[in-house]
Design a binder for this molecule. Structure first.
Ligand code: ZN
Length: 101
């Protein structure tokens, strides 16, 4: 499998994650060359940086939940799975927030 990189984040239309409601206003493409960047297009996959769920860029580039078919396709895409892996590790390494009563 070709090694992919998570590119620098590009500004995108602010949109809330339909799973966790986290406000997303940037997206980093998975690119073959580390210095490249990638702008999202309608139908592209995305991964939420807060909950690591797979999302889809809609026609207006807002984010929506994948359909059953899209979710199945996402699991067959090495780039999407690699993005989930990278983001999952970022989430796991975050410090735990202590909220006192
Ligand atoms: Zn989310």
């Amino acid at each position: 499998m070709q090694r992919m990189f998570l590119a620098k984040s590009e500004k995108v239309k602010p949109s809330r994650c339909p799973f966790c409601a986290y406000k997303l206003n940037g997206a980093a493409g998975m690119v073959a060359v580390e210095s490249e960047t990638a702008k999202p297009s309608p139908g592209d996959f995305s991964v939420c940086i807060e909950c690591a769920n797979v999302l889809i860029f809609d026609k207006d580039l807002s984010l929506r939940r994948p359909t059953y078919e899209e979710a199945r396709e996402s699991r067959e895409r090495p780039d999407v799975m690699q993005a989930r892996d990278i983001i999952g590790r970022m989430i796991a390494s975050r410090p735990v927030q202590i909220v006192k009563h």
